[in-house]
Design a protein around this ligand. Sequence first.
Ligand code: GLA
Length: 329
Amino acid sequence: MANVPSLYKQFEDYFKIGAAINKRTMHHSKDTILKHFNSITAENEMKFENLHPKEDEYTFSISDEMVSFAEQNDIGVRGHTLVWHNQTSDWLFKKDGKDIDSSTLDQRMKSHIDTVLDRYKGKMYAWDVVNEVVLDEKEPFLRPSKWLDILGEEFIEKAFIYAHEADPNAQLFYNDYNESAPIKSEKIYQLVKGLKEKEIPVHGIGMQAHWNIVDPQLDDIKRAIEKYASLDVRIHVTEMDVSMYDFEDRRTDLTEPDSKMVELQAQRYEQFFKIFKEYHKHIDSVTLWGVADNYTWLDNFPVRNRKNWPMLFDENHEPKEAFWRIVHL
Ligand code: GLA
């Protein structure tokens, strides 16, 4: 890898370059992480169900390990995620087999946020406080969830208020996918605008950027960035990958991408990073949702057991065509 430039150093004047890691890749992909990334996000290890499996039990060992790995190597950490409809422990919404009332959930949410943020105070440069509460369709505005059922729509602002009280220096984010689609981006904009008008401490919008070789359109991405930036919040690209398959493409027979896919992916990465550079005054970090093609959640989504190659490094951690295009921008 000696002649390969460091990805994060290449973008040092613009934004951090992050990777989502897990307990295996933290060790197996250590060299690639240290050379190319200066921010990490825990892929699953800081989600509610992983950190807080029972009301009186927290399991911090893996996330602690990630945070010290980052500290030792001078890497920033994005905390992910506090309030979400997925990967949240079932006990949270129940007591003695019945749904709990709003004040119990309020107090449980506060206690989770306090405990987690307090543990990592000063060690995270940002937290995804609320994840994916806006629906893709025009109506209804908010996604149905236990949070919404029990606490009403105030659960969103309460989460930010509690997070800010627990760690007043952390940058607090609203994070979502399909963040560039016209209807969804307008809704995300309205949600955050409403919070800002009420002086709720929200400091940024996370654009997940689970993109592919066809979608989204570049103009939609630019429009979304401009819209979000107009709210005077910071922007993080939080979960980027560029799937080799169009979302409708459900083929399962490819053992490697064809040359057309490889070229399209390289072009797309180049165009995306051009946009990030163009808007770098608003963007503080760009995180890839993985390290290299040897491990990606897209191998099981939206089709199970189908290989995908969405990252900038191949299965042997060698830089791909997409990598060279973006470092030569
Ligand atoms: C969402 C979540 C992430 C992750 C991805 C799929 O985008 O925010 O934590 O679960 O889905 O891996």
